[in-house]
Design a protein. Structure first.
Length: 301
């Protein structure tokens, strides 16, 4: 805690020395950097900052990370095997304030002129793109945050780690056990595991994103699979799938807002004779009507 406070004090004093205003959203970003003094990409920083300041936008995080990088407070490098940039604290501060930051702060040039510089133009376009995606990001974040009340007891994680004696060689099995417990791998549990095992977060993400059986996004409590293979297709699986979409209000690959169901399609469920067919968890249902669907799904809480 003392180390975190020292880092945070340094970051805040560094900004103040450059006469950069300390807004609430900017402070949330600085707190995230101080609490997680390790390499993180902008998505990870946004996720953690959003928990501290729910109104923060992805474009705001991009702008501030870009500013801190220009001031020399953040180091930037590409993640291995990815086009994503990872940032980490340098503990330093450039002697001179970059002109675009200094001029913008003192209002010596207009916003339109600033946007015409190379970095400003890239940042402007990047901001527009991220604002356009912001609603989608919020939906994803809201789904993740909605489960945090369920995953706020880390004693289960501790038990899993203790079972494997905190062995780094058992990391894949540890992640499998965590996913078995929660049905997915929440970001804050990965942060917790990384700190407990002294494994850098990017290494954990590398494993979790490499293997397809790991889920990095929330999954519903119950899984609904609809067969779209040839036998079921000719018997009307398209119509069955549309009825399910109408009832759930989500498309294949998505999870309902209440996190009860995740809908997916598969090429075969191994029961062609009763097609078109859907499977909820481990139970099969042959071509249910919309009325039947409503009754069936009510039984899954």
């Amino acid at each position: 805690m003392e180390k975190k406070n020292e880092i945070l004090s340094f970051l805040i004093s560094s900004l103040k020395s450059r006469q950069v205003k300390l807004t609430s959203t900017r402070k949330a970003i600085l707190e995230v950097l101080a609490e997680n003094n390790e390499e993180m990409d902008v998505d990870q920083i946004y996720f953690l900052a959003h928990k501290k300041s729910p109104n923060i936008g992805m474009a705001t995080v991009y702008r501030n990370i870009n500013m801190l990088h220009k001031l020399g407070m953040l180091a930037k490098k590409l993640k291995s095997g990815s086009d994503k940039a990872a940032f980490s604290l340098t503990g330093k501060l450039k002697k001179d304030v970059p002109e675009e930051i200094k001029d913008k702060r003192k209002n010596k040039i207009s916003a339109s002129n600033y946007s015409q510089t190379a970095d400003g133009e890239i940042l402007r376009i990047q901001g527009q793109l991220n604002e356009a995606l912001n609603d989608l990001n919020k939906i994803k974040i809201e789904k993740e945050l909605a489960l945090e009340n369920v995953i706020n007891d880390f004693s289960k994680l501790d038990k899993i780690l203790e079972t494997h004696n905190f062995e780094k060689s058992n990391l894949i099995q540890i992640l499998l056990d965590v996913q078995g417990q929660y049905n997915w791998l929440p970001k804050h549990t990965l942060l917790y595991i990384g700190k407990k095992m002294e494994v850098p977060l990017p290494n954990i993400y590398g494993i979790a994103s490499f293997y397809k059986f790991f889920n990095l996004e929330p999954r519903g409590k119950h899984s609904i699979l609809v067969c779209t293979g040839t036998a079921c297709h000719v018997r009307g699986s398209v119509n069955l799938l549309q009825r399910i979409v109408n009832v759930l209000g989500v498309n294949p690959g998505d999870t309902t807002k209440d996190l009860r169901f995740t809908l997916d399609t598969v090429n075969c469920l191994g029961c062609c004779a009763i097609g078109p067919v859907m499977m909820v968890d481990d139970k099969y249902y042959s071509d249910p009507s919309q009325a039947d669907l409503n009754k069936i799904l009510k039984n899954y809480n």
